[in-house]
Ligand binder design. Structure first.
Ligand code: MRU
Length: 353
């Protein structure tokens, strides 16, 4: 699939506007950290790893601007800290966002504290942002390979939302597993939940799989139960926005009921995510902040009013799937199976410096 996050290297980040897919292919130009934050908040770009990568470039834009406008290193550090907060708070659930911003803020402030010239700091932040982007694509490819081993030769795979190339730096997590399975000579076919309320499955998953010639069928998410009951689905694989230390996983609203259904029908339920999606600070999923989005996303479709005036709507963007419903986690460091505080703790401890 074509690149959807493009760093021009000339003070501009170009983001494929995912709100317009599949009907229009338009790139939105962001020239400042606050423009990147708005693009994340308004879901021009979405998906946990993709917003982390975009925010990293937002930090590169912030560093470039601060290196020109700040009179001294102290002002530079102060401005970087404030821009970092604007970026990191654009959306609350995906931990990748704060992970990327914190990594670059630490780099910038350490270099500035040690006397580096702001222009050199800006160059280093830019280099690191590019590295975060590259690393994310490599992580997705590794996740794909690890997950593909769990995919039968001719598999029908159900997925929710979009955890594909569009939701990452490229290649995808859940859809990375599908792509890697195909690269390994298997024949995966995908059933994509349309995913209310923003239709990421119908608009984005279907679009990118079609671009790659991978057979895809869109279903209403309420059709998942009977499809699973029919025995036609071999496995479910989804992405994640934040995984607590015991494996409890936040992902797009509707993931938890899908996991319950998969469990009811004895179908394996897998979560594919890079290590940047793990939150070692959280013991379990109860501490994961769940983003509440505008009720307008439910009350209206574009300009068309769907719900009688005066009726309220509730719009949580994510839910938390308890770890006991997850058959395995696929990460770039390997598969975790079974999923519990012990196995996830071992994974995180192995990676700690
Ligand atoms: O609200 P969104 O579209 O940003 O939600 C995205 C998801 O829930 C994805 O499944 C998740 O971020 C994983 S992306 C690899």
């Amino acid at each position: 699939m074509r690149a959807h996050i493009r760093w021009t290297g000339r003070g501009c980040l170009e983001l494929l506007d995912q709100r317009l897919l599949p009907s229009e292919i338009v790139f939105k130009e962001c020239r400042s950290a606050s423009e990147v934050a708005s693009a994340i908040r308004d879901m021009v770009v979405r998906g946990a790893p993709a917003i982390g990568v975009s925010a990293a470039y937002g930090m590169a834009l912030a560093a470039r601007a601060a290196s020109v406008s700040c009179a001294n290193r102290r002002d530079f550090r102060r401005q970087m800290t404030s821009e970092a907060e604007v970026l990191a708070s654009a959306r609350p659930t995906a931990v990748n966002l704060r992970w990327a911003v914190d990594r670059l803020l630490r780099l910038a402030t350490d270099l500035a504290k040690n006397g580096a010239d702001p222009e050199d700091v800006a160059a280093s932040v830019e280099e690191e942002a590019v590295q975060i982007h590259r690393d994310d694509v490599s992580a997705c490819k590794a996740i794909g390979k690890i997950g593909a081993a769990f995919v039968p030769k001719k598999a029908s795979i159900l997925t929710h939302c979009n955890a594909g190339a569009l939701a990452t730096g490229g290649f995808g997590t859940a859809l990375g597993v599908v792509r890697a399975a195909r690269e390994a000579g298997k024949n995966p076919r995908v059933f994509a939940d349309e995913t209310r309320p923003f239709m990421q499955g119908a608009r984005l998953t279907a679009w990118e799989l079609q671009e790659d010639d991978i057979p895809v069928t869109v279903i209403c998410e309420s059709a998942a139960a009977s499809l699973l009951a029919s025995g036609k689905i071999d496995l479910v694989v989804v992405g994640a926005d934040r995984i607590a230390s015991n494996g409890d996983t936040a992902n797009k609203i509707g993931t938890y009921p899908l996991a319950v259904l998969a469990h009811r029908h004895g179908v394996p339920f897998y979560v594919a995510a890079p290590l940047s999606t793990f939150d070692p600070e959280l013991r379990d999923g109860s501490g994961i902040p769940i983003e509440m989005r505008s009720s307008q996303e439910i009350l209206k479709w574009g300009d068309r009013v769907l719900v009688p005036a005066g009726v309220e709507a509730l719009n949580p963007a994510f839910d938390v799937t308890p770890h006991e419903l997850i058959t395995a986690l696929f990460t770039e460091a390997g598969a975790v199976k079974p999923v519990d505080a012990g196995t996830v703790g071992d994974l995180l401890a192995r990676l700690r410096p």
